[in-house]
Design a protein around this ligand. Sequence first.
Ligand code: E4P
Length: 217
Amino acid sequence: MKFFIDTANLDQIKEAQNLGILDGVTTNPSLMAKEGIHGEDRVRQHYVDICEIVDGDVSAEVISTDFEGIVTEGESLAALHEQIVVKVPMIKEGVKAIKYFSDKGIRTNCTLIFSAGQALLAAKAGASYISPFLGRLDDISTDGLNLIEEIRTIYDNYLFDTEILAASIRHPMHIIDCAKIGADIMTGPLSAITALLNHPLTDIGLEKFLADHAKNK
Ligand code: E4P
């Protein structure tokens, strides 16, 4: 399973990269705004800065919602760095643009996936990744993990190459459950990733080992 971090915060990206487990980064317009990154030039430079930290794909989201706009913006984002994957919303114009990008060899991440039907369409159009938003479904009392399972079954039935990028991860159990189901990638906050490190028996065991070692001195 690949691990992506879902943030535009450079310090957190560096921390995950230094941990040695990072395979990529996802961002979205809300995450860029949260870091105070405004204006086309600053946003574009920020994507390049992220690419220079991480060894892996970096999703950069288009703002346009019409086919021509998505294509122009996506081609320009893809030209910024070879690690950029163009993030396109799951709308009719987005699906048309994903097909266009796929034919041109430009990689895409189809975002805002909330149903198996949307995931099927995005794969048919040739998306490299699809991002089902697990946590946002859970937030409205709908089983987000069940959606990941449905998509896994459909993609396996037809051998789609599109990778399932489980997004909107909220906590470490989401990561473990997605790994059990067979999501190809998860993207989540640094807090959910580092929470995987923790177990009280590890802390107690280490404390005892160090205490016993000190007694033998
Ligand atoms: C995915 O690429 C999105 O950036 C993200 O996972 C959304 O997560 P949220 O629901 O926590 O905003």
